[in-house]
Design a protein around this ligand. Structure first.
Ligand SMILES: [Zn+2]
Length: 291
């Protein structure tokens, strides 16, 4: 059943009414961003294990992950513009199609897929029986991400996706945060967030002066990596770069008051960033929604 409600999104201590939001189903959360509608499509909600964290001290864990685990999720996102249906990552492909159906979208109606990177929890929904799940979609992928998987010994799934969409593939060079250039698509820009993978990309979405940074896998353990962005995870291909880009994009979103969304942020997967007075790091405030 579809319910409409107004929700408030806290932005840096100001509480501003964002818009009318619609929560369509258990795994789905939507809100208006200017003329666009943003929807979280949750593939799974659960707990991450502290063993994936690199260089988390016992003090950090005691304070922020006392049970040895932290809230985690796997998400994709959907951006509906007045003329384009854009999917951002394809999750595992578990709940993806049911979630899309819940917002009235069939796979044939997806015009564009933006890929943050090519790990299995982001491209799992791209193929069904070896064929494109989204037969009409143009696929946008960062050139360095494409190049990395072409020669990687564990890149079989990525190469299958690249081959299946080869006539629909748009390779691009992500910008550094704050850099100005012609948008990738109207209201969409690809921003370098390297380190988790060599071409890992965040997508900056903008409509009517409202912005959202969909940052992919910039974090995997919000509870720890917000107060301590210097903690990397074992899944990072180049942990040092992942840390540097995490710090850079957190400062960028803080300075520019840009709400954020992430593929491993617990439901509703979207919120705002502020400085954490208790640490050198940040605090994340999830967007509020009726429980
Ligand atoms: Zn991931």
């Amino acid at each position: 059943m579809r319910t409409l409600f107004v929700f408030l999104l806290a932005v840096h201590s100001m509480v501003i009414p964002v818009s009318i939001a619609a929560q369509h189903a258990e795994n789905v959360f939507s809100y208006k961003l200017g003329l666009f509608e943003i929807t979280l499509l949750s593939e799974s909600q659960g707990q991450g294990n502290k063993n994936i964290l690199i260089d988390a001290t016992p003090e950090m864990l005691r304070k922020y992950a006392p049970e040895g685990s932290f809230p985690n999720a796997t998400n994709a996102f959907f951006v509906k513009t007045p003329d384009t249906n854009i999917l951002v990552d394809a999750g595992f492909g578990r709940n993806l199609f049911t979630n899309l159906q819940a917002i009235g979208i069939t796979p044939e109606q997806v015009d564009v897929v933006l890929l943050t990177h090519m790990h299995g929890d982001h491209i799992g929904g791209m193929l069904r029986d070896g064929k494109p799940s989204f037969p009409h979609a143009e696929v946008y992928l960062a050139q360095p991400e494409h190049d990395y998987w072409l020669t990687n010994s564990r890149g079989e799934q990525a190469r299958e996706v690249i081959a299946a969409y080869k006539n629909k593939l748009h390779l691009f060079q992500p910008l550094e945060a704050g850099e100005k250039a012609t948008p990738l698509l109207a209201g969409i820009q690809g921003i370098a967030a390297y380190g988790h993978t060599p071409g890992h990309t965040a997508f900056l979405v903008e409509s009517d002066n409202e912005k959202l940074l969909i940052w992919g896998d910039l974090t995997h353990a919000m509870a720890i990596q917000m107060p301590y962005p210097q903690v990397a995870v074992t899944y990072d291909v180049t942990p040092g770069d992942a840390i540097a880009y995490r710090k850079k994009l957190l400062e960028y979103t803080l300075k520019n008051k840009i709400p954020v969304a992430g593929m491993h942020i617990a439901f509703p997967g979207i919120g705002t960033i502020a400085k954490d007075p208790a640490s050198e790091g940040y605090v994340f405030t999830p967007a509020s929604y009726p429980k």
